[in-house]
Design a protein around this ligand. Structure first.
Ligand code: ZN
Length: 473
C-alpha cells in the first residue's frame, strides 16, 4: 500500500529539509509537497525528524564464543535493532580453518533466514589464506555478495591470524574488490600479559583492561594501516577505542591510504572505571578492545567530528550477566567478551552527539547509516532518502526524554550497559522497504521478513563504479 509521510523534517547526510515522502512498492517514489494522497495511508510525522534507517555494520548475532553463544539471535537482535532505528545489520560470519567457506556461510543463512525482521548482510571472517580459500573467494563475492572480510589480529589460538595472512588478505581483497576489516590489537603481547596477570593471582574484571593497554591497539592499527598502504589495498578498522589508534588512522589517511575507522557508543560514553564495579559487575563492561581511560572519549568525539573516524557500529555481542558473564568469575580471561548495544546505538549518538553539540545532525546520519552503506556496497539503495531508494525510514522524536534500562529494552539479555542513563530522542516508527516494523513504539514486524542483502564490490568512488542506477519501478 502507498504511504505518504507528512510534516516531518527530512535529514540526510547532506541536507535537512521539510518535505513529504511518497512510498510505493517499498521504495521512495516521490519527494515533494502536496503529493497526491489518493489511495495512500497518511503518516503524520509532525514534530519528528525522518532519517534513513540506521545501518549497523558490526554485529555478532547467535555467535558461539568462549564456550557459550551470544544471547541475542537474529530474531531478538534485529527486533531490538529496529526499536532503536536500525533497518540493516551486517553480521560477522565465522569460519573454521580447513572447512569450505560456503559451509560457514550456509550456517549463517540458517541462523538468520526465518528470524530477521530487518534486512541483513554478512562479512566473512578470514583466518587462513590457502589455495582452497583463494579458489572460493570469487564465488563468495559474486554469488553471495559478501564484499568485506574480517581478520583478527587478537584472540591468540582462537581467531587470530598472523601478519602473513593479514597481508595476503589485503592483497587478495584489492584484486577482488572487497574491504578488509581488522580487529586491531596485538594478540601475542596480550597473551603474554594475561598469562602473567593470572599467574600473579590477578583475576578480577579490571585486569581485562589492564592486560590490553591502548599501546597494543595503536601498534596493531598502525601495522595494519601500513600493510594496507604497502598492498595498495583498503582497510576498515573496527571498534576503535582510543586516541592512540585514532592517530594511526589519521596518519595513514594523511598519506593517502584507503583506511577507515569505526568506533562504538560504549567507547564514547563508558570508561575503564566501569570494570572496577563491585560484586563482579565489572564483567558487564568487558569488551575487546577494553573500555579506556575517560580522556580518550574526547579524542574519539573529535575524530568523528573531523572525519578521522567515519562510522558507528554497535559491536553487538550480548551475554547475560547471570549464567554467561559469570563463567569468568574466578578468571577474567573466561568472561565472554562483548555487550548489548544494538538497540541504543542511534539514541546514544543522537543524545550525546547531536544534542550536546559534538556532531551535526547530518554527520549523525552519515555516521549511523550513509557512510556504512557506501563502504559496504549498499548505497544508494540503502543509507539515504532519495527517489528510488528503499523506503527504510526512521520517524524520530528528537525531544522525548527517557531513561535507558534493561526493564524496558527489547534485547534478550539481562542487563543494559547504559542502565540508568538519561537520553533525549527516540524512534517512534520504523519502516523497512515501506512496511512498518515498529509502529508508534510497538513491534508490528514479522520474523523472516528481513531480506538477505547481496552487496556490491568495494569502490572508493561509490556509487558510479557499482553500476547501479536507482529507479522507482
Ligand atoms: Zn566485533
Amino acid at each position: 500500500m502507498k504511504k505518504i509521510i507528512k510534516n516531518g523534517i527530512i535529514v540526510t547526510a547532506s541536507d535537512t529539509f521539510q518535505a513529504e515522502l511518497l512510498i510505493e512498492d517499498g521504495k521512495i517514489a516521490q519527494i515533494g509537497s502536496n503529493l497526491s494522497a489518493i489511495g495512500a495511508e497518511i503518516i503524520d510525522a509532525n514534530g519528528c525528524l525522518v532519517f534513513p534507517g540506521g545501518i549497523d555494520p558490526h554485529t555478532h548475532l547467535d555467535m558461539p564464543f568462549g564456550g557459550t553463544v551470544t544471547k541475542d539471535d537474529f530474531e531478538t537482535g534485529t527486533m531490538a535493532a529496529a526499536f532503536g532505528g536500525t533497518t540493516t545489520v551486517i553480521d560477522f560470519c565465522l569460519t573454521n580453518k580447513g572447512k569450505p567457506l560456503k559451509n560457514a556461510i550456509q550456517t549463517w543463512h540458517d541462523k538468520s533466514k526465518e528470524k530477521a525482521v530487518i534486512d541483513y548482510g554478512f562479512h566473512l571472517m578470514i583466518s587462513e589464506i590457502n589455495d582452497d580459500v583463494l579458489n572460493e573467494l570469487p564465488q563468495v563475492i559474486d554469488e553471495e555478495g559478501i564484499t568485506s572480510f574480517k581478520v583478527f589480529m587478537a584472540y591468540k589460538n582462537v581467531f587470530q591470524a598472523d601478519d602473513e595472512t593479514l597481508f595476503q588478505t589485503l592483497a587478495t581483497a584489492k584484486d577482488l574488490g572487497a574491504l578488509v576489516m581488522v580487529h586491531a590489537e596485538n594478540g601475542d603481547v596480550i597473551d603474554y600479559l594475561t598469562k602473567k596477570a593470572l599467574a600473579e593471582g590477578k583475576t578480577e574484571p579490571i585486569y581485562h583492561a589492564l592486560t590490553r593497554p591502548s599501546e597494543l591497539e595503536g601498534e596493531a592499527t598502525g601495522r595494519a594501516a601500513r600493510f594496507a598502504g604497502l598492498a595498495n589495498s583498503q582497510l576498515y578498522v573496527v571498534h576503535v577505542s582510543c586516541e592512540d589508534a585514532v592517530q594511526k588512522i589519521a596518519e595513514a589517511r594523511n598519506k593517502g591510504f584507503d583506511v577507515w575507522g569505526e568506533t562504538c557508543p560504549q567507547y564514547l560514553v563508558l570508561d575503564q572505571s566501569y570494570l572496577e564495579k563491585p560484586n563482579f559487575e565489572g564483567a558487564k563492561y568487558v569488551w575487546s578492545p577494553p573500555l579506556r581511560e575517560k580522556w580518550n572519549q574526547e579524542a574519539l568525539w573529535n575524530a568523528l567530528k573531523c572525519g578521522q573516524l567515519q562510522t558507528i557500529g554497535s559491536d553487538q555481542c550480548s551475554f547475560d550477566f547471570k549464567g554467561q558473564k559469570d563463567l569468568g568469575r574466578d578468571d577474567f580471561t573466561k568472561i565472554p567478551n562483548g555487550g548489548p548495544i544494538i538497540e541504543d546505538r542511534l539514541s546514544m549518538l543522537f543524545s550525546e552527539g547531536v544534542k550536546k553539540g559534538r556532531i551535526s545532525l547530518n554527520q549523525f546520519v552519515d555516521l549511523t547509516s550513509t557512510r556504512a552503506a557506501k563502504l559496504f556496497g549498499l548505497f544508494p539503495k540503502k543509507g539515504t532518502i532519495t527517489v528510488g531508494a528503499d523506503a527504510d525510514l526512521v520517524i524520530f522524536d528528537p525531544n522525548v526524554e527517557r531513561i535507558i534500562s534493561a526493564e524496558t529494552h527489547h534485547m534478550a539479555v539481562d542487563y543494559n550497559a547504559f542502565e540508568g542513563m538519561k537520553v533525549t530522542g527516540e524512534p517512534v516508527s520504523v519502516l523497512v522497504r515501506g512496511e512498518y516494523v515498529v509502529r508508534d513504539k510497538q513491534f508490528v514486524g514479522k520474523p523472516g521478513s528481513g531480506q538477505y542483502l547481496k552487496r556490491a564490490k568495494y569502490s572508493m568512488n561509490t556509487p558510479l563504479n557499482q553500476g547501479e542506477t536507482l529507479s522507482i519501478k
